[in-house]
Design a protein around this ligand. Sequence first.
Ligand code: ZN
Ligand code: ZN
Length: 243
Amino acid sequence: MYVASDAPDELRTAVAHGGVLGCVSVAREAGLWVLPNDEQVHVALPPHGHAFPHVGCTCVSHWGEADVSAGRVCLVDALTQLLLCIGEDAFFAALESALRLRRLSRTDLSRLRSRIAESRSWLVDLASAESESGLESLMKVRLHRLGITLTAQVEIVGVGRVDFVLGDRLIIEVDGRPGHEGAESRHKDRVRDAVAAGLGFDTLRFDYALVVYDWPAVEAAILEKCRRGLHIDSWAESIRTAG
Ligand SMILES: [Zn+2]
Ligand SMILES: [Zn+2]
């Protein structure tokens, strides 16, 4: 395949391998939220494509049939590759990001569902366009696996919109990108937490580093709150029980 000299480096690398862009590289190029946050090029090769010697190369190769145009596999094929390559959580985050950016049609979604293993189709069913960041997607899919359902993007009078509410009164917030937390936004968060506490809510707040690199700490914090029943409003609960 001919590549223009001003083509993106990733595409040139893929073509130099005798393939096209695939997997994470296509998702990243489409502006989706993608883990891992690195520079590796994922190359899609035909089923019996020649394996290159990869001297000094850190690429990741994928062999198989795919819909290819303009030097890339289509987004459905890229997501299918990503699921097998990186795993369920990264797939889910990229998928929700694609839905949010309206990059997938209904037909695309059902094609995607038919491409992946039946045991993993729940990931497609759980995905929606409402998550505002990959961190929210990771939170949602990982708690779903633990049998915990979250209500997302909840408007609380006096507090504003929070990322998630678990049960009646546990607010879970996941804060943005690494290194983007200024003093002003920290103060705003403290105010929100104080107002929420005054209304009987508990707030757990996690950042990128915690969700991505230290999930066990996040999970332990949430599960302990649940175990102690701190997410249930006991007053509301007693009324429900009495009723
Ligand atoms: Zn290589
Ligand atoms: Zn890959």
